[in-house]
Design a protein around this ligand. Structure first.
Ligand code: SF4
Length: 357
């Protein structure tokens, strides 16, 4: 009998499968808070249960194949799945300064983990290496959550340390909505990783009908839209999916999406030199976002081998940002973290294939 990945199970499913049901809570704590790698380490379980679990389940759906560490501290992981496919995830540590109650400046690190939801991707964005390598399969919920678990374990990130999750790695999360929404539940389970849904961001290429479905699930997650262009002609060139879901349909779906009063919908705008970086694009973007509680992330395009686009100049980037800010749109410029470690999605995966070949 083929063993089941225990990390694919929600706590409810585990408590239905294991008797007495309270053991599910203990197992969850061992897996997600104490980061054990075997059933034998679950010391408060009776021996017979440990053996029974070992027969039915496995708890190691991923293996670390490669880690690349950037000068800026970000770490890119290449994981191998049981079927030998590979996916990647990135740990992005962010140093922050705060003033404590005594007025002293204290530094601490906030972690964001960028994870994959599919092996490959069907969407085929022209600027993306994952898109170029085609689609293989969806990741299961456990394969999604394991990426975070393994990165927390590998970096000794304390169980109670807050992390943010972004579904921005390989794949289109809304094309795997069933497993992604299950992973969101497992992430937020109080006996598990206990990551609030408000710290989880689902990024989509703009599958309008799936944005509506995600909204109906009312998970409380944040939404990010990979917009990248402000008119359908250019967007269709960059992201062929725009033929099926044009900009208007995306904006309508976003307007209907339930957003926490303190949060905003993020619009990712990958800036490419001479393609979408001038003031006329900035002007159209402001118009498009009218009436939406939005935040725009401008991202420097990170050239990679095989790409047809270039990085914009800093001057154009700043002018673009200034236009948005002057017109009341919250806007940040995201420095491409891990620029020296091929940190755009699909790059490590692709590079590894070349290294192996
Ligand atoms: S950018 Fe995202 S949605 Fe587009 S092809 Fe790459 S992985 Fe898929």
């Amino acid at each position: 009998m083929e063993q089941i990945n225990i990390l694919d199970l929600s706590k409810e499913e585990l408590s239905n499968a294991i008797k007495p049901a309270f053991r599910a809570k203990q197992i969850y704590q061992w897996l997600y808070q104490k980061y054990v790698t075997s059933f034998e380490e679950m010391k408060n379980l009776p021996k017979e249960l440990q053996l029974a679990l070992k027969k039915t389940y496995h708890l190691d759906p991923l293996r670390i194949v490669k880690i690349e560490v950037s000068k800026d501290g970000s770490k890119k992981y290449l994981f191998e799945l049981k079927d030998k496919n590979t996916v990647e995830s990135v740990l992005l540590p962010m140093k922050q300064e705060q003033v404590d109650e005594e007025g002293k400046r204290v530094h601490h690190t906030r972690y964001t983990i960028c994870i994959s939801s599919q092996v490959g991707c069907k969407i085929g964005c022209t600027f993306c290496l994952t898109g170029k390598s085609g689609f293989k399969r969806n990741l299961s919920a456990g394969e999604i959550t394991s990426q975070v678990l393994m990165i927390k374990r590998d970096n000794a990130i304390a169980e109670n340390r807050r992390v943010n999750i972004v579904f921005m790695g390989m794949g289109e999360p809304l094309d795997n909505l069933t497993n992604v929404s299950k992973a969101v539940h497992i992430f937020s389970d109080i006996d598990g990783l206990s990551i609030s849904t408000r710290r989880q961001t689902i990024s989509t290429s703009g599958l309008s009908s799936q944005i509506e479905k995600l909204g109906q699930l009312d998970l409380g997650v944040l939404l990010a839209i990979s917009l990248h262009a402000v008119d359908d002609t250019l967007r269709q060139k960059l992201m062929p999916i725009n033929k099926a879901y044009n900009i208007e349909s995306i904006m309508n779906a976003v307007r209907a999406f339930p957003i926490d009063a303190r949060k905003r919908v993020m619009f990712e705008y990958l800036v490419m030199k001479g393609i979408n970086d001038d003031q006329s694009n900035a002007k159209k973007l402001v118009k498009l976002l009218h009436g939406i509680k939005a935040k725009v992330n401008l991202i420097y395009f990170n050239p990679h081998h095989g790409s047809d686009f270039d990085r914009p100049s800093e001057k154009d980037m700043l002018a673009f940002q200034q236009y948005l800010v002057d017109h009341g749109v919250l806007c940040t410029i995201r420095q491409s973290k891990g620029i020296d470690i091929s940190a755009a999605c699909g790059q490590l995966h692709d590079k590894e294939k070349h290294d192996i070949a």
